[in-house]
Design a binder for this molecule. Structure first.
Ligand code: ZN
Ligand code: ZN
Length: 356
């Protein structure tokens, strides 16, 4: 059991006047217990348990070291949760109000009788903001895989290849060559499709002169990497080259400003103000970046409304973009770890414009 992680969660339960914490979010369960299957985790000073069904019993026993694995029989889930709380002397427990459904909450409340339920928001993911050495190590490894996949994407991208072809090839290589997972659904947006930041890959084929936005990443042991490169097939238009240079400069300036103690909204402003000064502010609608870890979107957010301060060992993306309907778009994204000496991109891949 990772006591340091578990104790942080129990402390949060105590702050909320609870003696236990119930987790349903799978990545929270994974982070605090090691178990990657379905079910619930209940953590308390008096012990920790995973409640699951027979499909996962053996897996949970192997993964959740130090946790009691309790298998519920069909129709007995609530009874099992209640019995577990009684056994662990839990009179009130925190639950993830931002994870469970209203229906699940109503069922729990009705089934747990006198056991109190206290809503919490983003507790697990807040604890997960600061990565430990083992997490950073695996994220660096996932980033190296992503770097290599980018090289392959460059080799594969030619006139006549479709967006979906590239998605399929990368997906296959990720699994076959690197035994990794795709961190999220790969975005490939070519030509005018590039104006949609999260375009769905289509059968559109690459043409000479296109710019192609590729937003993808590999995941290892659940830890994700998140990279975007926008590259050219042949010679792009002057307009696209101009946009590229602006996004490149904005990304670099914001990434160079990452450091412990910097306000996330100020980092966002560096890129946003620069893009605005160049006359393209209205074409950069999304936040500058986000935390990454077991989830692809974690805390902190780098956005104008963020109130968070960067701390050492946070891992965040820096991904400005300019998207012009009817013309195309450019986004450049690095995943960076915050060190005492500033932000360091986990990727080796350059952000210079690549022309294939
Ligand atoms: Zn991305
Ligand atoms: Zn991202």
């Amino acid at each position: 059991m990772n006591f340091s992680r578990v104790n942080k969660l129990i402390t949060q339960a105590n702050i909320n006047n609870c003696s236990g914490f119930m987790l349903k979010d799978r990545n929270n369960i994974r982070y605090f217990s090691g178990y990657t299957g379905e079910g619930a985790a209940i953590l308390s000073e008096n012990g920790c348990a995973i409640i699951t069904d027979s499909r996962y019993t053996e897996q949970a026993q192997k993964q959740a070291e130090g946790f009691e694995i309790i298998t519920f029989e069909s129709g007995k889930y609530l009874d099992t949760v209640k019995l577990t709380c009684d056994k662990l002397n839990i009179d009130a427990m925190c639950y993830e109000a931002d994870v469970i459904t209203c229906d699940e909450f109503n069922t729990l409340k009705a089934g747990l009788g006198a056991i109190g339920l206290v809503p919490t928001k983003a507790v697990g993911i807040s604890i997960r903001k600061i990565k430990d050495a083992s997490e950073i190590k695996i994220m660096k490894k996932a980033a190296r895989v992503t770097d290599e996949l980018l090289e392959m994407a460059y080799l594969l991208s030619k006139p006549g290849v479709s967006e979906l072809d590239l998605v399929a090839e990368l997906s296959y290589l990720t699994l076959k060559k690197y035994k990794a997972e795709s961190a999220f659904d790969t975005i490939v947006a070519s030509g005018d499709n590039g104006s949609m930041p999260h375009a769905l890959p289509s059968e559109r084929v690459f043409k000479s002169g296109d710019m192609v936005t590729l937003d993808f990443g590999a995941a290892l042991e659940g830890y994700k990497s998140d990279m975007t490169r926008t590259f050219a097939i042949g010679e792009p238009s002057n307009k696209m080259k101009e946009i590229y240079q602006i996004v490149y400069d904005a990304q670099k300036a914001a990434q160079d400003a990452l450091k412990p103690g910097a306000a996330c909204k100020d980092i966002d402003a560096i890129a946003r103000n620069y893009i605005t000064e160049k006359g393209y502010g209205e074409y950069f609608g999304h936040g500058l970046g986000h935390g990454v870890g077991l989830d692809i979107h974690e805390l902190p957010r780098l956005a104008p409304t963020s109130t968070e301060i960067l701390q050492e060992n946070m891992v965040v993306t820096v991904e400005p973009g300019i998207y012009i309907p009817g013309v195309g778009g450019v986004r450049i994204e690095n995943t960076c770890v915050i060190t005492k000496d500033g932000g360091k991109a986990l990727f080796g891949a350059s952000t210079d414009m690549v022309k294939l």
